[in-house]
Design a protein around this ligand. Sequence first.
Ligand SMILES: Cc1cc2nc3c(=O)[nH]c(=O)nc-3n(C[C@H](O)[C@H](O)[C@H](O)COP(=O)(O)OP(=O)(O)OC[C@H]3O[C@@H](n4cnc5c(N)ncnc54)[C@H](O)[C@@H]3O)c2cc1C
Length: 458
Amino acid sequence: MADFDTQVDVLVIGAGGAGLAAAIAASDLGASVAVVEKLPRPGGNTGLSTGSIPGAGTRFQRLAGIDDNPQKMTADLLGLSGDHDATDLTRMLSERSAELVEWLVDKAHIRLDIIKDYKHVAHSVPRLHAPASRKGADLVHDLVAAVERRGVPIVLSNPVVDLILGKNGEVIGATTRTAQNAVSRIGAGKTILCVNGFGASQQMLAQYCPEIAGAMYSGAKGSEGEAIRWGAQLNARLGNMASYQGYATLMYPHGELLSWTTIEKGGVLVNDKGLRFGDESIGYSGFAAPVIAQSGKVHAIFDQRIRDIAAKEPWFKEILDMGGAKKAIDVPDLASKLAVDPAALQKTLSAYGQGSDEFGRKDIGIAPLQAPYWYTQVVGGLLSTQGGLMIDQHARVLDKTDRTIPNLYAAGGAVASISGRSGGVGYASGSGLLHAIGLGWIAGTDAANAVANPSHSR
Ligand SMILES: Cc1cc2nc3c(=O)[nH]c(=O)nc-3n(C[C@H](O)[C@H](O)[C@H](O)COP(=O)(O)OP(=O)(O)OC[C@H]3O[C@@H](n4cnc5c(N)ncnc54)[C@H](O)[C@@H]3O)c2cc1C
């Protein structure tokens, strides 16, 4: 038997949305739990996000008069993503999404509101629930507080470098190594991988997701793909590896998000010739590739009315208040500031929102646009990868023969996601956190139950 420095029932690797939700769920079922985190602070991509989690049929929707159900959500998500390696997870997470949101609010005391002002990508009704600030940092704050109230340690600056295997190939813990080379061996009944994907690894992007390799990356630096590497050693099955969450409007040069509300409500993107180049309403993730394909500068254009709507999102108002978008009084002024041909830009803006759209855009918000205009230069980039380990409905990791790898669970960006088989078009708003927090909750619950009732383990 391996000797360990410490031993827990459930070891959670990674303190982002998936890991923190897993820790709360497992602790509430009586398991002893520890969370180990690579970086000096918790949060990962979850802390950078806008904190929006979809739930279909929540009581918050009902109170707001929104009629929704899991079947509608499944149809919305599969309608965007098409068939892929994890369609069973799309169905299961849609079915359990309302219970998840209500668990977060009622049991973990996470502060979430239903967002009524916008639906964002793929959702046919408003179903995103987010902190009032729309900041993932506030979501992380509440999740960390919930973990700490339960007395679960979150050990920072302690990257896991290896999983520890027992005699029969079962996972029995993990080894951490600090920057000062202090090594610790942690024994665990169950281990949950919550380390996100491989967006911060150029080498893995080039190998698995070449379409977006080389684009600006605006996700967390901890996403270096360890789950994929450890999974390969255990003969784990991978899925949806070429799928990613892109973003069409990263503000240049600083990389902050231009709120997609500006485009959903009627804004457009134009190239250095003053021309639109596609249907922006396919979504912020799907439209990232067309933006990247432009050879010159790309600008987002919206108007004062849209700016006023988008400024209701506190996180984006801060960016606007810092001068994140600039004003032009009319089309000639705008053309001069964008350095594009004024006649071409006039033609583009006059045609847009009048009659049938040249690129088939159907949802034009409150377009046509009216002076004064607001604009900002944007680039397309990567927020997170969406491919990863294949799991079953209890978040247990599967090997290439579809058998579970004993004692190993995974959740969030480490897992094959629900965003399609490849490319950025299949990513629906909120899918990243649904996958992270939803699967973390499911993994933590199953792991704790399995520790408590080993004879019932499937
Ligand atoms: C700017 C931005 C906006 C977004 N907005 C939304 C949104 O509104 N809604 C939505 O659903 N999704 C959104 N997403 C996507 C979403 O943030 C991610 O899909 C989700 O946060 C992934 O959660 P996770 O727990 O799997 O990973 P993370 O939150 O990244 O957590 C993983 C943690 O594991 C740690 N870790 C990594 N390797 C190790 C190791 N070896 N040992 C120990 N720890 C390790 C990392 O440091 C990190 O803290 C957004 C993403 C970005 C970048």
